[in-house]
Design a protein around this ligand. Structure first.
Ligand code: CP
Length: 351
């Protein structure tokens, strides 16, 4: 396999770091892997999958995806089956952490060809979580490519989502589609990663995006709001903020649901709870979907049925959440193979 593009980044941490042609090349390769999931692209190659948080889809699809391409995955859970890691430079390590990220990333780089990391926010101080220290720490110290398996964005989910939409609509060009990213109720405040990612990729692909959320407190971090505005300027489409489900759903082509915690209440979640509890009606149900332009519905999963979306919506033909989850496998194969091919190209050019 040839490098996707000689100019693409060494790591796959945030799709915004990648050009549209490079993302489209990954999606094209993912489509090829859907037709033929087995190959030799990772023959003799290895990947460390480092999980600080649980997973069903990400872990399974990375492991199987690597295996089908002749590679091998090693799964590590720091603090459980691997030593707890310190990420703060200069820290006096007299707490729980047994080793510093520099040693972890450098040692793993001696063993494996790729490092993939899942590290959710700690949900105490957003000013710290928004720095994405764990992913950035691995990227800084590793000498092999690093893949984000979800931190404060979820780029692999983004690619699977775009591929599912392209497959549903039967075309690569998603411009002109009315895309609703809706907040939904969940009993606990959740990560903003998938919402940040959905806003990023929907505007990147030129759709007319509505961010539907209960109040302005649920707007996403300025970095992602500004990015969405920048994407609209660069790629067309539009960005609308709405707090009115009836208005937002009307005429929609795509409804993408996710729950997330309100950033102004970060670390003070008991104070957010009454607002959250007052918006259980943001559930995706048949009545709201009936307002749409026969919209397709999706969610990254896992999803609490009859809390975020009704059984009727989840079991309807409009729901492509399973197809999207299925796409995680080929898009991650494309990411792994693409990063390795690019690295091989770079190494060859340098030697
Ligand atoms: N959507 C997603 O990343 O699923 P998991 O948390 O199960 O990996």
């Amino acid at each position: 396999m040839k490098p996707i593009l000689s100019s693409h980044p060494r790591n796959f941490i945030d799709t915004q770091d990648w050009s549209r042609p490079a993302l489209d090349a990954l999606l094209a390769q993912a489509t090829a892997f859907k037709r033929e999931p087995r190959g030799e692209h990772l023959r003799g190659r290895t990947i460390a999958l480092v999980f600080f948080n649980p997973s069903l889809r990400t872990r399974t699809s990375f492991e199987i995806g690597a295996f089908h391409l002749g590679g091998h995955a090693v799964v590590l859970a720091p603090g459980k089956d691997a030593w707890p890691i310190e990420f703060e430079f200069g820290a006096v390590m007299d707490g729980d952490a047994e080793e510093y990220i520099a040693e972890v990333a450098r040692v793993l780089s001696r063993y494996v060809d790729l490092i993939a990391v899942r590290a959710f926010p700690k949900f105490v101080d957003w000013s710290i979580d928004r720095q994405d220290r764990v992913l950035r720490g691995f990227a800084m110290h590793a000498t092999v490519p690093v893949i984000n398996m979800e931190s404060i964005v979820h780029p692999c989910q983004e690619l699977a989502h775009v591929l599912a939409l392209r497959e549903h609509f039967g075309c690569d060009d998603l411009r002109g589609k009315k895309y609703v990213l809706t907040w939904t109720y969940h009993p606990r405040p959740l990560n903003t990663a998938v919402a940040n990612s959905a806003l990023t990729i929907a505007t990147r692909y030129g759709m007319d995006v509505t961010l539907l959320c209960p109040t302005d407190d649920y707007l996403l971090d300025d970095r992602y709001m500004q990015r969405a505005h920048d994407n609209v300027l660069a790629h067309g489409g539009s960005l609308t903020i709405s707090h009115d489900p009836q208005q937002a759903y009307r005429g929609a082509d795509v409804v993408y649901a996710k729950s997330w915690g309100a950033l102004p209440y970060f670390g003070r979640w008991e104070q957010e709870k009454p607002i959250r509890d007052a918006h259980r009606h943001f559930i995706v149900d048949e009545q709201k979907m009936a307002l749409t332009n026969s919209a397709v519905f999706s969610h990254c999963l896992p999803l609490r049925r009859n809390v975020k979306a009704t059984d009727g919506v989840m079991d309807s033909p409009a729901c492509i959440a399973i197809a999207e989850a299925g796409n995680r496998l080929p898009v991650q194969q494309a990411v792994m193979a693409g990063l390795l091919a690019a690295r091989a190209g770079i190494v060859n050019r340098e030697s």
